[in-house]
Design a protein around this ligand. Sequence first.
Ligand SMILES: Cc1ncc(COP(=O)(O)O)c(C=O)c1O
Length: 397
Amino acid sequence: MTLRIAQRALGIEPFYVMEIVKEAQRLAAAGKSIIHLSIGEPDFTAPPPVQAAARAAIDAGLTQYTPALGTDALREAIAAHYTDRFRLPVEPERVVVTAGASGALLLAMAALLDRDRSVLLPDPSYPCNRHFAAVFEGHAQLLPCGPETRFQPTAAMIESAWNAQTAGVLLACPSNPTGTSIEAGVLAEIAGYVRARSGFLIVDEIYQGLVYDHKPSTALAVGADVLVLASFSKYFSMTGWRLGWLVAPKALVPTLEKLAQNLFICPSAIAQHAALACFCPEALAIYDGRREEFRRRRDFLVPALRDLGFLIPVVPDGAFYIYADISRFGSNSWDFAFELLRETGVCVVPGRDFGAAQTARYIRISYANRLENLEEAVNRMKRHLSRPARQVVSSQT
Ligand SMILES: Cc1ncc(COP(=O)(O)O)c(C=O)c1O
């Protein structure tokens, strides 16, 4: 049998980062010590109250299907979290519990993006967003965003890129790979522009809770017509539990429910019962302590990397990423990342996955690793980058 692979699948690029991760694994197997600054997940796991709630759910047999939109208890707890953290009342009926923010992105794109229409995305941005559009035979329209706008678009940039095919805008705040947020005033302007064109605005707040320099805010404050994605993966340290949510305009919820029923039946029951414990005071205190730990790491790493010669034009205010310009060391971040890995064992992510515009200049450095490992990584990079005869070794790929 010869299987003909569908065009929509052929058009989807693999994660380029896997090539460097595979090389890191090969080197580790050969005995080299590797420090991963490449990881997109917290180095913390779900805290004890959440683990205990998962065990209790299993013991009580709470393992059957749940409603497609999630349990009432979790939808209410998520809605209450917006009131507690942002003083913003959100009706539980607007909360759709999903299999991670990925499940929320899939539902949002299925509901809103028609074939051959496009979604405006910043370049650089999280690579899967382009592919979610492609799965529905739509397109990603990449909008180059540089350090002068904190790697985020302005309303004027959206306006000049908008065309007859554009259906909406998808932003992330704080962003992966840059760790930068978008100002509330700019977001309100973008929402106003999109609203006037009857488009959609989706804001991915998966790194919500991990902001360091300002009070956390949510795009839901900009209007009840904005769709907000969030997740238990990052601040709540539950990546593998596969749980997230979408807050949607009320009128869209029946469509999302119909899609969720057909595509997923429901999110994981055990994960939903466990996630209720995320909002207890004991768990929230643990999470806030971890946020402070991430802040300490950022505050160590940004000046240390600058001292090594990396250009960091914008101090990231959230997530656990630093988007660093390597142009003092070479012209190709792909080759630079492989060189760094082979010479020092420090694994970073070349910009290539995140877009097209300036990505050969940048690498993404994750500080989801212990402070002593970050210190060791900086020492290794210092020894290597200060060598006078340092050569940029070209990778095979
Ligand atoms: C910006 C962004 N959105 C969405 C996701 C998907 O996360 P999850 O499905 O684990 O919630 C990620 C994961 O790294 C991300 O960085």
